[in-house]
Design a protein around this ligand. Structure first.
Ligand SMILES: [Zn+2]
Length: 121
């Protein structure tokens, strides 16, 4: 879940720093009891998303077993740390407000020799 009021506050703050501009943001979804974190955007997440920006959603769950970091066929990136499983999914939004996943390419996470899989929309 994101917080539109906090988002607006940050945008106002950044507007006062001329050499910076907003290119998007990120937020996390976490577990709720035994319910796994959602990797999809909520309706509230979609509010305030603007075309040309990129929005990263981080799904955080307890780690059940160790898995290595990898690109997934929907363009997301996932893997485990000592205690958690993370899935990072990047979204853009069309002019009509429809969310689209875009592939994450992060060689620092999984190595420069690994190619992202082709992204599925
Ligand atoms: Zn959210």
């Amino acid at each position: 879940m994101s917080n539109p009021r906090a988002h607006k506050r940050i945008e106002r703050f950044l507007a006062n720093i001329p050499q910076l501009s907003v290119i998007g943001d990120f937020h996390s979804h976490t577990m709720w009891g035994y319910s796994k974190a959602a990797n999809a955007l909520s309706d509230i997440d979609l509010e305030g998303m603007e075309p040309d920006n990129v929005y990263i959603l981080v799904g955080v769950n307890d780690r059940l077993r160790e898995v290595s970091w990898k690109y997934n066929d929907d363009g997301s990136l996932s893997g485990t740390t000592d205690e958690h499983h993370f899935r990072l999914t990047a979204y853009v939004v069309t002019d009509a407000g429809e969310p689209r996943k875009v592939p994450i390419h992060c060689p620092y996470a999984i190595g420069f020799d690994v190619r992202p899989l082709r992204a599925v929309r």
